[in-house]
Design a protein around this ligand. Structure first.
Ligand SMILES: *Cc1c(COP(=O)(O)O)cnc(C)c1O
Length: 239
């Protein structure tokens, strides 16, 4: 019953209008940066929202969605298995959950610990696991407790991802610190990305930019934008 009530409360027109407005802001920011919006992948972050909202987004042409909690992501991906969506996992993972996330996640953007990376590698029990795409998450803050590896450790983590043989290294991902001009932080990420590309030439992707700072991320070369509230509206309280 609860799910049904929530289904009816998805505000389709509002969703469509916000999505159109974000898409047009992305096109403008790309143009201002001398780039084409075709180079950009919009990942709509749907965490805490019901599967019905994700279904509406898919009907509006969204192809990539992002989630940050394993159990919620797993349930939504199962419920929406009839849709041809690319599921991005953008939250902190534990190695135990990582093994399960591999079953539904197409892309894991938050690789930031050896144990999590290793969980995607083949094991005796699962010698031929599903291959996924991965991003090394970089911590751009001074707080070592935040998600992501320290900038000086990015190459080692990238090597570890490559060594799995079952994660295609796509590039780097980061969240801008709250207390810094986002563009400056994204410029650092761009330099880190260049270092990764020099050891893994195919790993050119840069996932950066959320609702409040995607234009700055586009200006600094982001290829993947992770946008939630600007499209979905406010998130429900964490269930
Ligand atoms: C929630 C989340 C986003 C989206 O944030 P908004 O501010 O709602 O756009 C992007 N990236 C990560 C890692 C997130 O957890």
């Amino acid at each position: 019953m609860a799910a049904e009530t929530r289904l009816q409360t998805v505000d389709r027109d509002g969703l469509e209008a916000r999505l159109a407005s974000v898409r047009s802001a992305i096109t403008d920011a790309a143009r201002a940066a001398g780039r084409s919006a075709d180079e950009l992948t919009l990942v709509v972050v749907t965490k805490y929202h019901p599967a019905s909202l994700v279904r509406e987004l898919a009907a509006l042409g969204v192809t990539d969605v992002g989630e940050n909690r394993h159990q919620e992501a797993q349930a939504k991906a199962a419920e929406l298995a009839d849709l041809d969506l690319t599921w991005h996992f953008v939250g902190q993972l534990q190695s135990k959950k990582a093994r399960q996330a591999r079953r539904y996640a197409d892309v894991v953007q938050s690789l930031d610990r050896d144990s999590v990376v290793d969980a995607f590698a083949p094991t005796d029990a699962e010698p031929d696991p599903r291959v996924i795409d991965g991003f090394v998450q970089v911590n751009l803050t001074d707080d070592p407790g935040r998600g992501g590896v320290q900038p000086e450790d990015v190459e080692a983590m990238a090597e570890r991802v490559l060594a799995t043989g079952t994660v295609r290294l796509r590039g780097v991902m980061a969240v801008a610190p709250l207390d810094e001009e986002p563009r400056r932080a994204f410029a650092r990420l761009r330099a880190i990305s260049e270092r990764v590309v020099s050891l893994a030439p195919g790993a050119t992707d840069v996932s950066a930019g959320m609702s409040g700072d995607f234009a700055e991320a586009i200006a600094e070369g982001a290829t993947h934008l992770r946008i939630g509230t600007a499209i979905t509206g406010n998130r429900p309280v964490a269930p």
